[in-house]
Design a protein around this ligand. Structure first.
Ligand SMILES: Nc1ncnc2c1ncn2[C@@H]1O[C@H](COP(=O)(O)OP(=O)(O)OP(=O)(O)O)[C@@H](O)[C@H]1O
Ligand SMILES: CC(C)(CO)[C@@H](O)C(=O)[O-]
Ligand code: BAL
Length: 279
């Protein structure tokens, strides 16, 4: 079974041994409740690195909604069994007090790219993410960090964090793993009702169609409006946003010569789903 380490001191001791032997260390940060999306990151790390650490930590600082934090699934035993199939070398699963001991007083805040979209809808969320990711890099001494494109804005925030703070971590963005019907895998999908699960793939289908229409010459605004209508007509409770943005800055972009990304967030069955695709 994969060793589960709970303290930074124990983690450091193991990793220092690896580093002394000249080994390259990869880290896959997660909040647990693992699925094939997470495992694809762990497998990518396994291919590239001598040693792979998966962190499992439901980071209270990035939850702007206390109910969401309370309901977040915790399935450590099943997670460890899945990670043993990759396999990874170590699971780091600290308690909240280990990560944020009494007197903890630092917040890492990445301006600009953190602000629109998810940043606007989930105030404080990316400060929590940037703070914990900076800490996880410091704790694990990783050479490479693996993140999913499903959380596209998070990936841009982490890239900027590493650039601005000169962190010696190479960030690897891994493509979104989907269910056969197109729904992006996500731990929160487990909270959908059976009927909701049937409707959920419409989000991906609608943005895929909109991106194709834009490439074929339809106006950005019209294509996005049609996508939002499809999502609502499928029975989603609310579309928070469907936006076409510059893929790097996440600012509005009407320049088709630059890489652009369509990003979406919508509520179904009281569950907030997000997705994004290149345009
Ligand atoms: N379907 C997926 N494909 C690729 N990477 C993914 C996928 N889902 C999550 N990841 C990545 O796994 C890492 C950990 O994500 P996290 O633990 O939040 O899982 P999640 O399924 O996205 O959960 P949530 O329901 O909170 O969105 C992140 O880098 C995230 O982008
Ligand atoms: C990167 C991360 C593990 C930080 O808590 C989290 O935001 C996530 O699971 O995507
Ligand atoms: N998958 C990003 C982490 C979060 O939703 O809080």
């Amino acid at each position: 079974m994969t060793p589960i380490v709970r303290t930074v001191a124990d983690l450091r001791q193991t990793v220092r041994g690896w580093k002394a032997a000249g080994e390259v260390v990869g880290v896959v940060p997660t909040m647990g409740a693992l699925h094939d999306g997470h495992l694809s990151l762990a497998r990518a790390a396994r291919r590239d690195c001598d040693r792979v650490i998966t962190t499992i930590f439901v980071n209270p600082k990035q939850f702007n909604n206390p109910d969401d934090l309370k309901k977040y699934p915790r399935t450590e035993e099943a997670d460890a069994a899945l990670l043993a199939t990759v396999p990874v070398d170590l699971i780091f699963a600290p308690a909240a007090e280990e990560v944020y001991p009494e007197g903890f007083a630092t917040t890492v805040s990445v301006s600009g790219v953190s602000e629109p979209l998810e940043g606007r809808m989930r105030p404080g969320h990316f400060d929590g993410v940037a703070t914990v990711v900076a800490k996880l890099f410091g704790m694990t001494l990783a050479d490479r960090g693996y993140f999913g494109q499903k959380d596209w804005q998070q990936l841009q925030v982490v890239q900027k964090l590493v650039l601005d703070l000169n962190l010696a971590v190479e960030i690897v963005g891994c493509e979104t793993i989907r269910e056969v019907d197109g729904l992006a895998m996500s731990s929160r999908n487990a909270r959908l009702t059976e009927a909701g699960r049937v409707k959920a793939p419409v989000l991906f289908a609608a943005i895929t169609a909109a991106a194709a229409d834009i490439r074929a010459g339809q106006s950005d605004r019209m294509a996005i409006r049609e996508a939002a209508e499809k999502v609502r007509a499928a029975g989603f409770d609310r579309v928070e946003y469907i936006e076409l943005r510059d893929a790097g800055t996440l600012l509005p972009s009407d320049d088709p010569t630059r890489p652009r990304r369509m990003l979406a967030a919508a509520w179904l069955d009281g569950v907030r789903l997000i997705d994004n695709i290149p345009v």
